[in-house]
Design a protein around this ligand. Structure first.
Ligand code: ATP
Ligand code: MG
Length: 390
């Protein structure tokens, strides 16, 4: 008998001919996520992924619950194809789950190995009876049991588990290509990035920094947000910090007040596009949500959008602020996002920003800027920070 973790993964299973590519990516990501905990073995056998690690089980589980692609994390016991051993393992695992009060349980068996001498019904019945005989105050509830004792009879071994911790689901990060994330210190953009990662996108986070208008602490905040996101993608992210002061000052000095935000947003998009294409990324992601502020009306977003040829994805587009906050709390970014340091947008906000900008006027105003020079200076001065999740 041996203890290991059985990984349940859902959507990958529907990928047909490409299935093995998704599985291999998931295995690579799991290894990466566990790497700093010490030695671990991650492998695929009998149609399942298994993890064996020297580290403490709780720590391993916690890490696995942040790997996109995993639906369930099940600390399990591997046994020989021997019913006595299976019964023993089942009883021990149920005992581990008992909290002392009367509880209900149910045995659920899956048998891919039809040669095993007992069928599903036999196993459910006999294992159930064995557990009942050897415990107190436990009853069977086939509809809503508190403990589900799972038995999987596979070709070489059997696996027994009673705990199934929820994973974040989605697709393995990297299986859908790369995209640039415009990451500010706010609540929305980290959530947008997380949602894109959930669909398998590898992130290139990009932050526009305008010292001295934005402080070092604003930058720290973005680094900390990156740290939170990094925990969901192997523990590491490369943050691009783009110096934006000169651009922002030029816009402020040379363009009409009410167009400041929209022009600034367009320039951010342009720079992000260039960085993303350099890194072979294929899209941009922002934390915009329809109607949240003046620069997020449909008219404004259209004017912003046309500056780039890359598709711009806005994963939180249809969510209310409260819904976005809820996700931020779940993923662990909220407490960092609400730290009170200004980002460059709040400093250069015009008194009455346009909500229906006309592309023609915006382009006309931009003729006062040395866009090419400002752009290449910003790109040349971009700092790359390796952010680790711990
Ligand atoms: P967030 O909560 O992400 O800051 P927000 O509601 O404050 O969003 P805005 O400030 O209008 O919205 O910004 C809209 C989007 O533009 C952000 O979600 C982010 O993707 C991008 N953005 C804004 N400021 C920056 C910045 N300094 N660096 C990188 N991206 C930015
Ligand atoms: Mg913001």
């Amino acid at each position: 008998m041996k203890d290991l973790v059985l990984i349940r993964y859902g959507e990958i299973g529907t990928k047909g001919g490409n299935r093995h590519l998704f599985e291999d990516k998931l295995i690579a990501n799991i290894k990466e996520n566990l790497a700093s905990l010490g030695k671990s073995k991650v492998y695929k056998t009998d149609g399942r992924i298994f993890v064996e690690s020297e580290a403490e089980l709780d720590l391993v589980n916690e890490r696995l619950q942040k790997v996109f692609g995993i639906v369930g994390v099940c600390p399990a016991r591997e046994t020989a194809l021997d019913f006595e051993e299976i019964k023993q393992a089942g009883l021990e695992l149920v005992e581990r789950e008992l909290s002392g009060q009367a509880q209900t349980f149910k045995v659920e068996t899956r048998r891919t190995n039809k040669d095993f001498e007992y069928d599903t019904m036999d196993i459910n019945r006999e294992l159930g009876a064995y557990v009942l005989q050897n415990t107190e105050n436990l009853t069977v509830d086939v509809h809503e049991p508190e403990i589900r004792l799972n038995v999987e009879i596979r070709y070489k071994k059997a696996y027994v588990y009673a705990m199934d911790l929820p994973g974040v689901a989605g697709l393995p990060v990297g299986s859908s290509g790369k995209a640039g994330l415009l990451l500010s210190g706010g609540i929305d953009s980290p959530v947008a990035g997380w949602m894109a990662m959930k669909r398998g996108v590898e992130l290139l986070p990009i932050y526009f920094h305008s010292p001295p208008f934005t402080s070092d602490r604003a930058k720290e905040k973005v680094i900390d947000l990156c740290r939170v996101l990094a925990a969901y993608c192997g523990g590491q992210l490369k943050l691009r910090v783009v110096p934006f002061t000169d651009f922002q000052t030029a816009i402020s000095d040379n363009c009409p007040q009410k167009l400041l935000t929209i022009i600034m947003r367009r320039m951010m998009m342009k720079i992000a596009e260039e960085i993303t294409i350099q890194e072979e990324g294929k899209a941009l992601i922002t934390g915009e949500s329809i109607g949240q502020v003046a620069s997020q009306t449909l008219d404004s977003m259209r004017v912003t959008n046309v500056i780039t040829d890359l598709p711009v994805f806005r994963p939180v587009i249809g969510l209310d602020k409260n819904e976005i906050k809820k996700i931020a709390k779940k993923i662990g970014s909220y407490e960092i996002s609400i730290r009170p340091y200004d980002d460059c947008c709040t400093l250069f906000v015009p008194d009455s920003p346009v909500t229906k900008p006309k592309l023609k006027f915006v382009k006309y105003a931009e003729e006062n800027l040395e866009i090419k020079e400002l752009l290449s200076e910003a790109i040349a001065g971009t700092e790359i920070i390796e952010v680790k999740s711990e």
